[in-house]
Design a protein around this ligand. Structure first.
Ligand code: PNS
Length: 167
C-alpha cells in the first residue's frame, strides 16, 4: 500500500467502469482523491456540483476516498493536494494515444508526478460516460453500467428533454 493518488476525470457522469478502477486503486493506494474537472467549455450534462454530489453518495462512509473538484492544470492540483500519482483507466487500445500524450505532457510539466494505468474489468471495457448518456437519452437500460443514483439522475435530467445534445 502506497500513499495518496489522484483519480481525475470529467465524470459526466461517473460509471461503474470508474467505480471499478477506484476499487482496484484502493488495493494499491491508501487514499484516492477523485478529482472532478470543472469544464464549462465542454458543456457537461451535469454541473460540477451535481457530479461531485453523485460521487459523494456512492462512496459515502469510505474514509479512504475524498472527492474534490478542480480547475486548471492537473499536475498543479496533484501537487497542491500532495497526491503525486495520477490514476487513469485504460479500456482499449483506442484510449492509448490520448493517454500517452497526456501523460508525457504532464511529465514534461512536472517530472515528479507519475501516472499509473489500470484496466477495468472486461465487462466495463466498452463503457463510457458518453455512451451511457446516449443510451439513457434514448430510453435504454443502464442496469449494471452505472450506480443506481446515477441512472436515476440521468433519467431526471434527460426525460422530456430531447433537445439535449450529448457530447
Ligand atoms: O475523463 P476525462 O475527460 O478523460 O479526463 C480528462 C482529464 C480531466 C484528466 C484532463 O482533461 C485533465 O487533466 N484536465 C486538466 C487540465 C490539464 O491539466 N490539461 C493538460 C493535460 S496534458
Amino acid at each position: 500500500m502506497k500513499g495518496r493518488a489522484v483519480y481525475p476525470g470529467s465524470f459526466d457522469p461517473i460509471t461503474n467502469g470508474h467505480v471499478d478502477i477506484i476499487e482496484r486503486g484502493l488495493k494499491i493506494f491508501n487514499e484516492i482523491v477523485i478529482a472532478v474537472l470543472e469544464n464549462p467549455k465542454k458543456r457537461p450534462l451535469f454541473a460540477t456540483k451535481e457530479r461531485v454530489e453523485m460521487i459523494e453518495k456512492i462512496f459515502a462512509g469510505q474514509d479512504n476516498i475524498k472527492i474534490q473538484s478542480f480547475h486548471g492544470l492537473l499536475v498543479q492540483f496533484a501537487k497542491k493536494i500532495n497526491a503525486p500519482i495520477v490514476i487513469r483507466g485504460l479500456r482499449a487500445i483506442s484510449d492509448f494515444e490520448y493517454e500517452f500524450q497526456m501523460t508525457l505532457m504532464n511529465r514534461k510539466m512536472d517530472p515528479d508526478v507519475e501516472t499509473f494505468f489500470m484496466m477495468p474489468s472486461v465487462k466495463y471495457s466498452f463503457l463510457s460516460s458518453k455512451l451511457v448518456k446516449e443510451v439513457s437519452l434514448l430510453g435504454g437500460c443502464l442496469k449494471d453500467l452505472v450506480p443506481p443514483e446515477v441512472e436515476e439522475n440521468l433519467k431526471k435530467k434527460l426525460q422530456n428533454n430531447s433537445n439535449i445534445t450529448i457530447q
